[in-house]
Design a protein around this ligand. Structure first.
Ligand SMILES: [Zn+2]
Length: 536
């Protein structure tokens, strides 16, 4: 290294090449927060906003966006994207490696750091809160910041953050949520609810202390959501959180609702919205009049909707993620102010938790179809589309397979003479699959599978995992952020995940103006507390 470069590095980092590396803390435990930088909701918000403002200042020609669509593939790691692109190509009879999922053709790419304020490897609640409020938070947090405490209702007073959905609703933009999970699950909930615990999906899930302190369950917060123009489109699963526990489910009469307060929230929603359309199966979904203006609530399963692989077997019939995205955009696009829409491919994560790669990949392909639908129905000149994941997952993709190796199959490597293939084998000569998991229920108790009797290409096959966990752990590496449309230019490099909020906010002047109107003297947007009374 020449001297100038060495000095430059020293100036930037305080590290002089050749000197002893100093490790913070006498016991070699690094400080959680770098000295001199106080981590706080205000700091997350300010730093994220300033980064995007600086990037915009350097690019005077960027036009504002009218519409914003945020696509979240839950647990859609880079390994998932790479394997799904190959599967998509192979399902068309191609080798697959050369294929691209539609969002991989977007011109802008960033990597997002996903950690929560309290966890190195994050959960979906804290990560989505970062993307919806501009402020990182703790695992389990639903749009409340790191000053609150998980499971403690009273602690959220003053920590309830304003979401992109609130800003869009207050600015009179159209608003929509589409997911394949329960609509009360962490990712969608972090747009319309405030809760110190993601598990408070229905009233029976709230501890008595939380009810006494005035917290409402997440389903109730969805039905009672009345900021600005409210929520125009909400489509997903999770019907049971809206129905009383004495009421039979309409699709599965052997199942009951989960509410202990006796309320039928679907009926209450219909009363609140006489012009609205409540639907719970595919044929009702298809008969919503295209020219009606009312809001739409679709709850297509008692819990999560089906995986794409199983959707055609659903009892009552379910629309696909692309079908739901189409309906949402067609209706929201009529709003002259523009719209904000979030679409979640929510079950990629669930398949990975179960070590079932096939359903994870086929749900990723269905997610790409939904993105394709959005591209067809919107104008790239006025619509910012961001496609990302909330966190990574335990899927591994390895094995030196030959070009076009079936993605769910055994790793077959090309022989040196180019004449054929041979299985990659472990130290006892046993083959392995291309896809595997670091953790999860696919662990074989220290034994390797016998591929004479097991067929790893079966859709319900559980890949091997290295360590047994009843449900695979998320992983902590960065997630990709693909973007296109006005303002997408700001989403590059390695960024903190909460920066995504600021890119979306600053791309749409109406959202930014609303956020500024609501800002306190610390620069953080605030609305009145959802709690009936604030503790002192
Ligand atoms: Zn998960």
């Amino acid at each position: 290294m020449n001297t100038i470069a060495a000095v430059a590095i020293a100036a930037f980092t305080g590290f002089v090449p050749g000197s002893a590396i100093s490790i913070a803390g006498a016991n070699n435990t690094p400080d959680v927060h770098p000295p001199g930088k106080q981590e706080s909701p205000e700091a997350w918000y300010r730093d994220g906003g300033q980064l995007i403002a600086r990037r915009l200042a350097g690019r005077e020609a960027i036009k504002p966006a009218r519409n914003v669509i945020l696509f979240v593939g839950d647990g859609m790691s880079l390994a998932t994207v790479a394997a799904a692109r190959i599967l998509e190509g192979q399902l068309r009879g191609e080798a697959g490696e050369e294929n691209s999922l539609v969002f991989e053709t977007f011109p802008n790419l960033a990597l997002a750091k996903t950690y929560n304020t309290n966890q190195q490897t994050p959960d979906s609640a804290g990560t989505m809160t970062a993307m919806t409020t501009g402020v990182k938070s703790f695992a389990g947090a639903i749009a409340v910041d790191q000053r609150a405490q998980r499971g403690n209702c009273a602690s959220i007073a003053g920590s309830e953050r304003v979401t992109l959905l609130d800003l869009a609703a207050l600015a009179d933009l159209g608003t929509g949520l589409v997911t394949t999970t329960r609509i009360t699950h962490a990712t969608p909930a972090a747009l319309y609810a405030r809760s110190p615990d993601r598990s408070w999906e229905t009233d029976s899930g709230l501890p008595p202390t939380a009810r006494d302190a005035g917290c409402h369950d997440i389903a109730r917060q969805l039905i009672e959501y009345d900021r600005g123009r409210g929520l125009d489109i909400a489509l997903g699963g999770g019907r049971r959180a809206f129905l009383p526990n004495q009421t039979d489910d309409p699709e599965y009469p052997e199942l009951r609702g989960h509410r202990s307060d006796g309320r039928d929230l679907t009926a209450e929603w219909q009363e609140r919205h006489p012009d609205g359309h409540y639907v719970w199966n595919e044929s009702q979904f298809k008969s919503i009049p295209a020219d009606s203006d009312g809001p739409v609530l679709g709850l297509f399963d008692p819990s999560h909707m089906q995986y794409e692989h199983d959707r055609s077997d659903d009892e009552g019939g379910e629309p696909s993620l692309a079908d739901m995205t189409r309906l949402a955009i067609e209706r929201l696009a009529r709003n002259e102010q523009g719209f904000f829409l979030m679409v979640e491919g929510g079950r990629i994560d669930h398949a990975h938790h179960a070590n079932n790669a096939w359903r994870g990949l086929t749900d990723t392909i269905a997610f790409a179809r939904a993105v394709e639908t959005a591209l067809e129905l919107t104008d790239p000149a006025d619509t910012l589309i961001v496609v990302t994941a909330d966190h990574s997952h335990a899927l591994t993709f390895s094995g030196y397979g030959q070009r076009g190796n079936p993605i769910a199959g055994l790793a077959m490597r090309p022989t040196d003479d180019g004449e054929g293939t041979e299985p990659l084998a472990d130290n006892e000569g046993r083959p392995l699959t291309i896809l595997g998991y670091a953790t999860g229920p696919g662990y074989r108790g220290g034994n390797r599978p016998d591929f004479e009797t097991e067929d790893p290409t079966q859709p319900s096959y559980r890949q091997e995992s290295a360590v047994y966990l009843w449900s695979a752990s998320h992983t902590a590496e960065d997630v990709p952020v693909y973007s296109t449309g006005p303002g997408a230019e700001t989403l590059t490099g390695v960024i903190e995940q909460n920066v995504i909020y600021h890119a979306l906010l600053q791309a749409v002047p109406a959202l930014q103006t609303k956020a500024q109107e609501l800002s306190n003297d610390q620069g953080l947007p605030v609305l009145e507390s959802i709690l009936p009374t604030r503790p002192d």
